[in-house]
Every structure is written in C-alpha cells, then in structure tokens.
Design a protein around this ligand. Structure first.
Ligand SMILES: C[S@@+](CC[C@H](N)C(=O)[O-])C[C@H]1O[C@@H](n2cnc3c(N)ncnc32)[C@H](O)[C@@H]1O
Length: 294
C-alpha cells in the first residue's frame, strides 16, 4: 500500500473518533483535492509527494468544518460549484427534487419554459435546470448578499465553460415574497429549497456553525418560509403551472396541507428522497373556479 493510503486510513480513524459521518470518504476526498487527483487515483500518488496540507485539512474536518468548505467545491448533479463561508452547501436530497423538475420541464409542451428558483443559495438548482433543460429560462431569487456573491460566481463560471447558456440563468436580488412581479401569472414551474428547520432544533456542527442562519431557520414549526413559497407560487404560476418545495423529513403531512386542494392547488403529492424519507411536495396550480380566492 502507498504511504498516502496509509495516511488516509489513519486520518479516517481520526475523523470517525471526531463523529464525522462518512470518515473514510471524507479522508479520501481531502487527499484527492490536496494532490489534485481523482479519488480512484490516490494509489498513484508517489510516496515522495508528502503534503502537510493533508493533515491540516484533516484537522479542520475533525473540528467539524464541512468537507465542501475545506475543498471549496460541492458537487450537484452534473455541476461542480464553488462554495464557502456565507452560502448553504447544496445537498443530495435537493438533487432528487431538481431531477423531478427537470423531468417535468422536458415533458412540458412549452417552447421556452419559465422557471423561478426561490432562495438560490449557490445557484445549484437554477444552474442544474439551466444545464439540463437548455431551452428553459431560469430566474433565481436570493435575498442574502453573501450567498448571492457565490451564486454570481458560479453562474459566471458556468457561462464561461458553456457560453451558449449566457442569459438563460438570471439572478435577482431581494425577498422572494415580492420578487419577479413582472412574471406574475406566467411562470411554468416554481421550485424552492427554502429554510425549514424549526427555531431551536438541534443540528450537527457542520450545519449550525457553517450554513448561514437565513438558509436554516424558519419559525417555531419550520414552515414559515414554506408558507411564503406557497403564496409566491400562487402569484407567479400560470394556470396548470407546477410547484416543487423541499421540506424536512417530518414535515411531509404538514406541507401537503399547505398546498391543500380546494385552495387553488390540485394533484398535491409527497415525494421521498434517496433514503426513503419524505422530502418534497409538488402541486399543480389549478384553474378551477375560486382557485385564487385565498
Ligand atoms: C436552504 S438554502 C437553499 C439554497 C439552494 N437553493 C440549495 O438548494 O442549495 C435557502 C436559501 O434561501 C435564501 N432565502 C431565505 N429566505 C429568503 C427570502 N424570503 N427571499 C429570498 N431568499 C431567501 C437563503 O438566504 C438561502 O440562501
């Protein structure tokens, strides 16, 4: 075995002791980032290539700094995004909801579907839709200037690598409750991963100490922002338009009722993430009489 792989094994044991959830994976990914190789190529790094940064970065991870802040990168579907202090690290569960939206948009009989992403963070959802549904026009709204700076950087980087995408993902500053008024009644799909943790709930250090508070907390029941997404979606969507909103694993029934039938929504459904937990709700903005009455 190579010296580096020996070191990775020792580092993984140290991360496990520190309570890190996937210690071996994280130690390998840190080693790969330090030596600028793919994870599967670690055995090719010569023993002479010792780099002290590996152990300093392992120490940061053992102190429960998120892996993505240490490597500066997060992977989301087919994207590599820049992340760091001030922005929410995109999660795998959001990839599932985004995949649902991409499939619906591809099926949609609309030349250039208009999408609104409420609470853009790093730009993960908006950019994934822009990349995988090139005919879509995606409007991403973000209130937090620090998060917006990361989104701007990711959008710029993305357009540099794929110039044909210029102008297809647009970032807007402000509160999504009153943003995008010029699109009222015309949006084909609203998607959001809003803050949804009840104030005072316990979260791991990687989340509580590093994800921005505006990305996490949302009132006593965790549903304040989801209710705001529902109100914004009913304003933005055209009749027959779709909404998808992410929520916590225990919030499926409550969010189902936020999009209650009889209040203008139809075909409301709960969806699970890859771990089989309730994770997002989708609904269709109805054209039934009285639909917009609430
Ligand atoms: C959980 S993060 C999700 C970020 C990104 N969409 C993702 O999935 O990785 C929620 C984001 O919504 C933003 N946000 C929260 N409330 C907002 C509001 N009322 N208007 C605009 N952005 C908001 C936060 O600043 C944060 O960046």
């Amino acid at each position: 075995m190579s010296l580096l792989l020996d070191e990775v094994a020792i580092a993984a044991a140290r991360l496990a002791e520190a309570g890190v959830e996937s210690p071996r994976t994280d130690a390998e990914l840190i080693a790969a980032a330090v030596h600028q190789v793919k994870r599967g190529e670690l055995h090719t790094v010569p023993d002479s290539c010792f780099d002290a940064r590996f152990w300093s970065e392992i120490a940061r991870r053992a102190a429960r700094e998120p892996l993505q802040h240490i490597t500066g990168r997060a992977h989301f579907r087919y994207l590599e995004l820049e992340v760091g202090p001030g922005v929410f690290v995109p999660r795998p569960e959001t990839e599932v909801m985004t995949g649902w939206a991409i499939a619906r948009l591809r099926d949609m009989d609309v030349a250039q579907p208009v999408v609104a992403d409420l609470g853009a963070g790093s730009g993960a959802i908006a950019l994934a839709i822009g990349q995988e549904v090139p005919r879509a026009r995606v409007h991403a709204v973000e209130a937090d200037p620090l998060a917006r700076a990361w989104a701007e950087r990711n959008i710029t980087r993305y357009v540099e690598t794929a110039p044909y995408t210029a102008g297809r993902v647009m970032l807007h500053s402000g509160d999504f409750c009153d943003a995008l008024g010029e699109l009222d009644g015309t949006v084909d799909l609203v998607i959001s991963n809003p803050p949804y943790i009840p104030v005072g709930a316990s979260v791991p250090p990687e989340v509580g100490e590093y994800d921005p508070p505006a990305a996490l907390w949302s009132g006593a029941d965790g549903l304040t922002a989801i209710r705001a997404v529902e109100r914004t979606a009913r304003r933005l969507l055209r009749p027959g338009g779709l909404v998808a909103v992410e929520h916590g694993a225990q919030q499926g029934p409550a969010v189902y009722w936020v999009f209650g039938e009889g209040s203008g929504w139809r075909d409301t459904r709960n969806h699970k993430d890859l771990a089989g937990r309730d994770r997002f709700v989708t609904s269709v903005w109805s054209t039934e009489p009285g639909a917009a009455a609430r």
